[in-house]
Design a binder for this molecule. Structure first.
Ligand SMILES: C[S@@+](CC[C@H](N)C(=O)[O-])C[C@H]1O[C@@H](n2cnc3c(N)ncnc32)[C@H](O)[C@@H]1O
Length: 273
């Protein structure tokens, strides 16, 4: 099979399928991306064409394959302390809450977990200094493969460059032997985070309202109606004066009522709504 062996009609089928399953809108120029990410799956199942593979995905005739294809088609770029200003703002928010409460944060498109662990380290540091109440972090993603990696808490050393040295010492274990070159998040921190698969375009599970929700760098993959639907759903899981973080380059103005911009990519729920 040639790598460019995907017809316009076949491309339309996979775009539609991905959109229905995840809300992700693939632009017309992403055909090569689809081909390169799914080519091995077509081969693995001994199928003659992308057309046959997409038909099988649609019909659900290969158990688990639809999730595998979705996993391969999502973009999961992330890193520790991405957009660091947001973690300083998080510290300021924690400073304002009463010590006897539990501060609850949700990383709602957590990818491989770096965002959730950055939140956890930030909160635990404040707790250690007596500046934070107890805290809980929940992390979720649609992609089961990245969730598995997130749960393991195991990363390559190269991914830890953006972590301040003292936090690296306090919250990570350096791998030896067959784990040489790897680094593992401290068990206590790992066990405090609850990871689960949650698809943001489906009805959300029952969740106790959060003080803060991180929804960073995922809305860019959605069209406006899907963005609106996702944000409205998430607002229902945010406390009345809770704060929503999106990517610093993402703008929610005019998208939904009930949010007030309080910084780049930072929105507070409007109490009046
Ligand atoms: C680029 S990553 C962002 C990771 C992290 N929030 C950050 O800012 O570094 C986007 C993540 O959104 C997830 N995603 C895409 N569509 C989703 C959906 N419908 N429900 C839940 N997660 C989704 C992808 O699997 C991917 O891991």
């Amino acid at each position: 099979m040639e790598l460019n062996d995907i017809t316009d009609r076949e491309y339309a089928v996979i775009r539609e399928l991905l959109f229905r399953q995840s809300g992700i809108s693939l632009g017309p120029g992403k055909k090569t991306l689809v081909v390169s990410r799914l080519f091995k799956r077509v081969q693995a199942h001994g199928l003659a064409s992308f057309g046959d593979y997409f038909t099988a995905l649609k019909a659900g005739t290969i158990p688990g394959e639809l999730q595998t294809a979705i996993d391969l088609l999502t973009t999961n770029e992330t890193y520790f302390f991405r957009e660091p200003r947001h973690f300083s703002i998080l510290e300021e928010l924690v400073d304002r809450v009463p010590r006897r409460s539990v501060f609850r944060v949700w990383s709602a498109a957590s990818s491989t977990g770096e965002e959730a662990y950055t939140i956890a380290m930030t909160l635990q540091e404040l707790r250690r200094k007596g500046r934070s109440p107890d805290w809980e972090v929940r992390a979720s993603d649609l992609n089961t493969r990245v969730l598995q990696q997130a749960k393991s808490g195991l990363y390559s050393m190269a991914r830890t460059e953006s972590i301040p040295g003292d936090l690296l010492k306090r919250y990570f274990l350096r791998g030896t032997g067959r784990y040489e070159g790897k680094i593992l998040i401290d068990r206590k921190l790992r066990e405090k985070i609850e990871f689960a698969r949650i698809n943001l375009i489906e009805p959300l599970p029952d969740l106790v309202p959060f003080d803060v929700i991180f929804l960073r760098n995922v809305l860019i993959y959605f069209d406006t109606p899907v963005k609106r639907k996702v944000v409205i759903q998430l607002l229902s899981k945010l406390k009345p004066d809770g704060v929503l973080f999106v990517g610093m380059a993402e703008n929610l103005s005019g998208l939904v009522d009930g949010l007030v911009s309080v910084g780049p990519g930072v929105y507070r729920r409007d109490r009046r709504e």
